[in-house]
Design a binder for this molecule. Structure first.
Ligand code: CA
Length: 446
């Protein structure tokens, strides 16, 4: 039975409601797309979408690791407000089930909703995608699964499920099968539909097809290059289907990564500092494009401070759905900024925290706090690589950002679970190296 979210559709918009395709890459490097400046990878389909859409240059996710980032995205709320702060929920927990998800609201307003691929925000019945607003689920509940037909037993979170039924993986390569399943979902759906294509790629394990690797004979990262190429092929296949069926013009497509490139998958976050798991821009600023030919002019670049929190209100706005007064969201619709109705940034400030490490963006200023280190203040306008601590030179700005962080933290709750202490220690060491502009110690996460 559909959840009553209290949000309603304005009748005049109902017949014009766009399809919504949310494509989330996993651990993709900031630089690792043609339109982001990559010289050694090949992403022709995403480059075309970017060229005909809007490229965001300062868009962030709410966490530098998978699970909390996804929790923030799907609820439209800072995940620290509901305890989903650390990565990888324990078996019995997940994203707070008292919260409404974007899928709940869209389904409640006539959308067929689907998720394809990685879930990673809860495993048990009430945390399962089918309990969180999705009519259809094809994918796996955990992460880090094989890209090849390895048939994990049903109790393993890497096992493939169709809805709640274990359906062993019989495809050739996971990324291609995700594309096939996405096309199948669209074929099976009356419009409008909402599809969350949650790609496994290019997260480790580094599994690539030989023929894709053969395209990059001189690469020093052939597996990664091939995985990204296959990811782009999957996007191209879905786009092609939308075009062939006349759905492309009125489908809002958003593409982003769930966090920065990881130090273990050969990704490249240049020109940003840091990577997955830390608070430098390379951990939390991601490639981000919005494409909706019917409403948003292509060929734009948008520099405003943006968050994945903005996707929930953006989708409501696109669908003409009026938010209920009880539903509190932390983002804002991006559409007015892309149709010249509003200027400036969607956000004046953004906040980040995962247990011991926190950060604030205020315009171009960036404050990072590491509990066992202290604070650093950077001016990204003059120091985009975050090297020079201006805390002592800018005492008033430092103090006001510190207070803003503390005020925001006063609204957070105790994390429902904690990070593995060993991993926390490794992260802390890396953070300190980065803060001191020292070379990064090699890490080998389990
Ligand atoms: Ca990730």
């Amino acid at each position: 039975m559909a959840l009553n979210t209290g949000c309603s559709t304005a009748p005049k918009n109902a017949e014009e409601q766009p399809n919504i395709l949310l494509i989330l890459a996993d651990d993709l490097g900031f630089n690792d797309l043609g339109f982001q400046g990559s010289k050694d990878l090949s992403t022709p389909n995403l480059d075309t979408l970017a060229r005909n859409g809007v490229i965001f240059t300062d868009a962030h996710v709410t966490a530098s690791v998978c699970s909390p980032s996804r929790a923030g995205l799907i609820t439209g709320k800072y995940q620290q407000f509901f305890g989903h702060e650390a990565n990888i929920p324990p078996p019995q927990l997940g994203t707070d089930t008292t919260l409404v998800t974007i899928a709940d609201v869209l389904r409640d307003n006539g959308y067929r909703t689907g998720i394809n691929g990685k879930w990673h925000i809860g495993y048990e019945y009430n945390y399962h995608p089918n309990s969180r607003g999705f009519d259809h689920f094809w994918g796996f509940l955990g992460g880090h699964r094989s890209y090849f037909p390895e048939n994990y037993p049903p109790e393993n979170h890497k096992a493939i499920y169709t809805n709640r039924t274990h359906t062993p993986f019989t495809g050739n390569y996971l990324t291609d099968t995700q594309a096939d399943e996405a096309v199948k979902f669209i074929k099976d759906s009356n419009e409008p539909f909402f599809l969350f294509l949650s790609l496994a790629a290019p997260h480790a394990p580094m599994h690539a097809l030989e023929e894709d690797m053969a395209r990059f004979p001189n690469s020093d990262r052939p597996e990664y290059a091939a995985m990204v190429y296959a990811m782009d092929r999957a996007v191209g296949k879905v786009v092609q289907h939308l075009k062939q069926t006349g759905k492309f013009e009125n489908t809002l497509i958003v593409f982003l990564s769930d966090n920065g490139g990881s130090p273990v998958n050969d990704s490249n976050n240049s020109p940003l500092k840091g990577f997955k798991g830390n608070k430098f821009e390379g951990g939390i600023r991601v490639p981000f494009i919005v494409h909706w030919p019917k409403v948003i002019d292509g060929g734009q670049s948008f520099d405003g401070l943006t968050s994945s929190l903005d996707l929930f209100p953006t989708f409501l706005d696109a669908a003409g759905i009026k938010k209920s007064s009880e539903l509190e969201l932390d983002g804002t619709s991006l559409i007015p900024f892309l149709t010249n109705e509003k200027t400036g940034s969607p956000h004046d400030m953004l906040f980040f925290r995962k247990e011991m490490a926190a950060a604030v963006r205020h315009g171009n200023w960036k404050l990072i706090r590491l509990d066992d280190y202290g604070y650093v203040l950077y001016d990204l306008a003059t120091d985009p690589y975050e090297t020079t601590n201006l805390k002592n030179r800018e005492p008033e700005r430092f103090e006001s950002m510190k207070i803003a962080l503390e005020n925001w933290e006063s609204k957070t709750v105790e994390p429902w679970w904690s990070e593995n202490p060993k991993w926390q220690e490794v992260t802390s060491d890396i953070h300190q190296d980065l803060m001191n502009n020292r070379p990064i110690r090699r890490i080998s996460p389990d």
